[in-house]
Ligand binder design. Structure first.
Ligand SMILES: Cc1cc2nc3c(=O)[nH]c(=O)nc-3n(C[C@H](O)[C@H](O)[C@H](O)COP(=O)(O)OP(=O)(O)OC[C@H]3O[C@@H](n4cnc5c(N)ncnc54)[C@H](O)[C@@H]3O)c2cc1C
Length: 224
């Protein structure tokens, strides 16, 4: 299992470890996760609704309120663990609607199809090509040239590989990574939340260190 594998079949965690993880959890993300896992949409209380600034939802709770929410979620998760229920694969469209509306308000409506597509469970790869060279151009001899081994080049290479199309990648630098190889200054990281910035094939995980700032993944994590 890769360090960033997000596959989860059941919740197996002792209370102390779980409590430790929840200390660093982003509050809106935590509540939405608990709602999805338990199927209990009532956890998305109006009083705990996030504030939306510049298109990004965040919590404006006091430290005391955050503690209350973390304790509440801890007990919900422990009950879920003890129930032995499997982790649900993906939210139903009704759940997605309820969770999305709680998070962003009605402005989320037109974006729900996009959100549904972007929600990729481990093992799924909805954007993989649905065709293969063997079926569309079996005898045709050609090779695709990709210039640059940044994220775009790597994804292009992955998709061509999945489609059985031969390719070669030319990279002027010494290694792959593009932007994330070139920018090495301390603290260099993405400027939007990591859950909006992730490749399907090797999704990086926000909870690797359990720290809030990992929501804005830094260069080593991105290169990994
Ligand atoms: C600090 C910072 C934060 C960012 N945060 C975000 C974010 O939060 N969300 C977001 O979506 N984007 C963000 N970006 C933008 C980021 O650059 C892109 O998301 C993405 O990484 C670009 O990938 P790319 O493969 O298209 O280009 P690049 O990463 O630039 O890769 C291009 C590659 O092509 C190579 N190359 C160029 N010309 C040639 C040539 N003639 N021959 C051979 N090789 C060549 C280069 O060496 C490089 O490796 C951020 C960028 C920076 C610098």
């Amino acid at each position: 299992m890769s360090a960033y594998n997000t596959t989860l079949n059941s919740l197996e965690c002792d209370e102390q470890t779980l409590r430790g993880h929840l200390q660093g959890a982003d509050i809106p993300t935590l509540l939405m996760t608990v709602a999805h896992l338990t199927g209990d949409l009532d956890v998305l209380r109006p009083a705990w609704k996030p504030v939306v600034a510049m298109g990004v939802a965040g919590s404006d709770m006091s430290p005391e309120e955050e503690t209350e929410v973390r304790e509440f979620c801890l007990h919900k998760l422990l009950a879920f663990r003890d129930s032995g229920q499997p982790v649900p694969a993906r939210p139903t469209s009704d759940q997605l609607h309820a969770i999305g509306t709680w998070l962003m308000g009605p402005v989320i409506e037109p974006y729900l199809p996009l959100v549904a597509e972007e929600l990729v469970a481990a093992g799924e790869d909805p954007r993989a090509p649905r065709w293969h060279k063997e079926h569309v151009a079996a005898g045709r001899d050609f090779k695709v040239v990709i210039i640059g081994a940044g994220e775009s080049g790597m994804i292009a290479a992955l998709r061509l590989k999945q489609a059985g199309v031969p390719f070669v990648v030319f990279e002027k630098g010494a290694d792959v990574g593009g932007t994330w190889r070139e920018n090495t200054y301390p603290g260099c990281r993405v400027d939007i939340n990591s859950f909006f910035y992730r490749a399907v094939a090797e999704a990086e995980c926000n909870t690797v260190t359990g720290l809030k700032q990992v929501h804005h993944a830094a260069t080593p994590l991105l290169l990994s």
